[in-house]
Write a protein that binds this ligand. Structure first.
Ligand code: FRU
Length: 445
């Protein structure tokens, strides 16, 4: 799958790194967003069926996407409008990566973005790390997106932790850098990177800060996965991201609208422990066409008392409707609710409110029950092909939390660390269906 022969070493000119000021915090939230609640009542309708359940994948039969490396979250280079970019016939794919001798549970601690290029979208050549060594902010690079305009790449990523820190922290900030794209018959590389900038940090009001997340009994914390989006109807540009609702757990009060109708909650009382779930999908507007100048807005969607992590949110526009997709895990559901490792989605006629869960519950795609962790981190591309990575296969009855207690050989042999088969879905209004599977990591189009 990976064509190593042509591997180019990334020749990158020196990039000076300064943390320049960001205006995410100073911007006043603009109340043009009407936040949608994904309710307990909706999520309680989650059910696996033949339209949303992936075929079984034998992880042990998959090829390593990048020999020598584990890879997981991936995203293609797009143009400003979100179409898959083609530079002199090359497509470019980015992925989080770590050397393949690192235990699966440790890869997030040293995640580095690497890029690949391909003419046919099937045979990928490793180009190298996206950024020169030591250039990015944070102690490791988590997921993001990348858009090209006028020969330049604008690369968005999550700066997790602080450079040089010990021990590692889970601080998360949205970051970006802009560089030149150089493409020739040999491949693609990136040069002349400008300053890396922090473009958004949690405000504590709409989006929980790390400090708030650590108060009281603590809980999950996310402020990550910046995803570029241009609204074709209004031409306005945005960054979407994964967050948690603002405030500490002790300050949180239950609202009926989090759960659904009173008929539902009368029969299905909300357990007290559900208070810990406060995932949201954040959005910030790009000011004056400058991708590093963001105005933070209230979240598009919240899953208070429902789910604790809505990862890698992204929007696809089809038939004038906005389809908002996100990924979540089995163990991130609030007490009293269950859902699979899956791709979830919502539809609306406007970007900034009025979302309804697809298929009634929100579930679009799930791993099969006999292999519940086989894939994750799905990203829906404009042609409704979905890329994801192979995670853990054939764990039997073991929960994912127990994998780290097994011997290294078990962990490595059950870990994918490679791209999963690309999946084609179809959408008809507010219903979706899995149509077919293609080869691993195939970016068609
Ligand atoms: C999803 C994810 C992302 C994050 C990355 C870190 O697989 O949790 O939200 O950026 O993994 O490795």
């Amino acid at each position: 799958m990976l064509n190593n022969k042509k591997a180019l070493s990334a020749v990158v000119l020196a990039a000076s790194v300064v943390i320049s000021g960001f205006n995410g915090l100073s911007a006043k939230a603009d109340e043009t967003v009407t936040t949608t609640n994904w309710t307990r009542e909706q999520a309680s309708k989650i059910e696996l069926n033949q339209d949303n359940t992936l075929p079984y994948t034998d992880i042990s039969e998959l090829e390593k996407f990048a020999p020598g490396y584990h890879v997981w979250d991936s995203w293609p280079l797009t143009d400003r409008d979100g179409n898959i970019a083609s530079i002199k016939g090359w497509k470019v794919l980015f992925a989080l990566s770590a050397p393949d001798d690192v235990l699966p549970g440790k890869v997030h601690d040293i995640a580095t973005i690497r890029y690949f290029y391909s003419k046919n979208g099937k045979d990928w050549t490793l180009g190298g790390t996206l950024f020169p060594e030591g250039a990015s902010l944070g102690s490791r690079e988590w997921a993001g997106s990348a858009m090209m305009d006028d020969g330049k790449i604008h690369a968005f990523y999550t700066a997790t932790g602080q450079r040089g820190e010990a021990p590692l922290t889970f601080e998360q900030r949205l970051a970006m850098a802009t560089g030149d794209i150089v493409a020739d018959s040999e491949g693609v590389r990136f040069e002349n990177w400008g300053d890396h900038k922090i473009i958004l940090e949690p405000d504590g009001e709409h989006y929980q800060t790390k400090e708030q997340a650590q108060q009281g009994e603590g809980g999950g914390y996310a402020f990550r996965d910046p995803m570029w989006f241009k609204d074709p109807k209004t031409e306005k540009e945005y960054i979407l991201f994964e967050g948690n609702s603002g405030g500490a757990v002790g300050e949180r009060t239950f609202k009926q609208e989090y759960a659904g109708r009173t008929n539902y909650t009368d029969e299905n009382p909300v357990p007290a422990g559900a208070v810990h779930a406060n995932a949201n999908i954040g959005i910030a507007e790009v000011v004056d066409g400058n991708p590093s100048n963001l105005k933070m807005l209230p979240p598009l969607l919240e899953a208070n008392y429902v789910n604790e992590e809505l990862e890698r949110p992204h929007v696809i526009v089809k038939d004038k409707k906005y389809y908002l997709f996100t990924d979540s895990h089995i163990n991130k559901y609030a007490e009293g609710l269950q859902g699979p490792e899956g791709l979830y989605g919502f539809v609306s006629d406007t970007l900034t409110g009025g979302y309804e869960p697809l298929n009634g519950s929100g579930l679009v795609m799930a791993n099969p029950p006999e292999n519940p962790y086989q894939a994750y981190s799905w990203l829906v591309l404009p042609n409704l092909n979905v890329v994801g990575f192979a995670h853990f296969g054939d764990l039997g009855n073991m929960s994912i939390g127990d994998v780290g207690n097994q011997d290294p050989e078990f962990q490595f042999s059950h870990f994918g660390g490679t791209l999963a088969p690309t999946v084609k879905i179809s959408i008809n209004g507010s219903t979706t269906k899995i149509e077919k599977e293609f080869s691993q990591g195939w970016i068609k189009q």
